[in-house]
Design a protein around this ligand. Sequence first.
Ligand code: ADP
Ligand code: TZD
Ligand code: MG
Length: 565
Amino acid sequence: MDSQSTAMTDGFHLVVDALKLNGIDTIYCVAGIPVTDLLRLAQAEGIRVYGFRHEQNAGNAAAIAGFLTQKPGICMTVSAPGFLNGLVALANATTNCFPMILVSGSSDRAIVDLEQGDYEEMDQMAAAKPFAKASFRVNRVEDIGIGFARAIHAAASGRPGGVYLDLPAAVLGSTLELSAAKKSLIKVVDPAPASIPSPQSIARALDLLAKAERPLILLGKGAAYAQADKDIRAFVEKTAIPFLPMSMAKGLLPDDHAQSAAAARSYVLKNADVVMLVGARLNWLLSHGKPPTWAESTRFVQVDVAANEIDSNRPIEAPVVADIKSAMAAFLAALKPGQIKPSAAWLGSVAEQKQKNVEKMAARLNADPTPMNFSSALRAVRSALSNRPDVYVVNEGANTLDFGRNILDMKEPRHRLDSGTWGVMGIGMGYAVGAATVSGKPVVAVEGDSAFGFCGMEIETICRYKLPVVTVIFNNNGIYRGDKPGTPPSPTGLLANARYDRMIEAFGGKGYHVEKTADLQKAITDALAAGKPALINAVIDPTAGTESGHIQSLNPKSALAKQPS
Ligand code: ADP
Ligand code: TZD
Ligand code: MG
């Protein structure tokens, strides 16, 4: 055929076509060689392109978009250093079971593989492997369609996770006949196929729950991800079993629900006889299911899509390997009226314990010290959000996170986004942009001053795209606490009296500096009403925090610490 007259396309266009064909409408990125023109083309073709200041934040935005939508979020980066900057976010997505695809341009394969010193040289596919659920490279332009299909399947199916897709510059620039190109694209059918539980596994789990006197349902972020909100609520209410949400499962049932055992957390973990885990792992966040937090005799139901999660920390008597949507539907269909009945004594003691703890907490919450402490400042945030269930709450820090998890009530599913499984700092601004761009709803990011520092430059991104993100910095002058005045900077200290509010003013956003709870509450209310980027510098007592927040016991102790020197 005469090549002059043959219609041609190239790798750039095929990537955009593959994304659009699969309903992917947003890219979070940092531009540069070799993806600049690719991003321009994507934008011109109607894909929303959000340019960030650092790839880690773009990756975090993509990952949380994946969590919120069940579709892989896309992060696009440049070769080697840009790719590596995005890798922490990819690993974090995999750890948290969020579907995400890190797409990165890469340099000349022939030069990279002989280590001849290319611009931004690196074997990125190999580097990504240990941190991703899957890692692929497209070596031929006609394989772009297959590359994206494989990446989408891998990210979204089964236990979701982060996937790496390598696009060498030469592939982007390669041409292909239009007719062959069209045939090479794949529209993925059913990227997250249902995983139906066996009827035996459902019966076994219901039998065990029926034998329980002191049952507990523990909801994790897998349950939030599954978007089975109605069925989960129906099962909890029909069985009358107390439930405990992990932090990102808060709001699946509202925190003020009568069956919530959140205020009696230690009591129920220690005293339940049968625990039904729904999309929650028995990892460090649950003390590995082991004493003294848990009883030796506790028996477990575990609903999880990943078969190899079962028995990872404690024997699971009734595993239900399935996706949670299918599993909850099967539970509701099989449940007989009156089959499961927690004992009245158990429900009574959970209620009593809750009452006691709520009263204890009320005393702390009602105090109004100057300067503010974590409890009083969070009460102000809670009051400001009390009639705004639509607001997404992002939360990170140590004390800021640990107190925030307990004090900030959620009413809607998937509206609390936090440091998650890794306890990683710096997710805040990426998650805020991801949540705002996916939902179009306002976001309040409650950030420790140190946590904010890992991602703070993205307030420029937030201002550039005019996103309704209100960042509240709990400014206690440091990691956990501030330094004593007049002492040289310690490893945990940060500058005293920093005015983070002035940073956002440099970008045209609204800054607030507040020292009192009433002013903090008003600033949040006003900023949300304005619907524009804002940053509130909230002064917190630098002596109020504790080392490592609520997980101080995880710090290794020096064997020599108590010996005379
Ligand atoms: P949390 O930190 O809230 O306790 P984890 O991240 O530890 O939650 O656990 C989430 C679990 O949910 C993972 O084991 C994952 O395999 C599982 N999961 C994720 N999505 C689904 C789903 N749709 N159906 C079933 N299980 C899921
Ligand atoms: N680096 C990364 C990426 N993640 C981490 N978790 C840490 C370092 C260590 N770290 C924590 O575990 S919490 C924290 C760090 C640096 C910051 C705590 O200070 P903060 O919060 O100002 O954010 P509080 O309210 O002062 O405790
Ligand atoms: Mg701090």
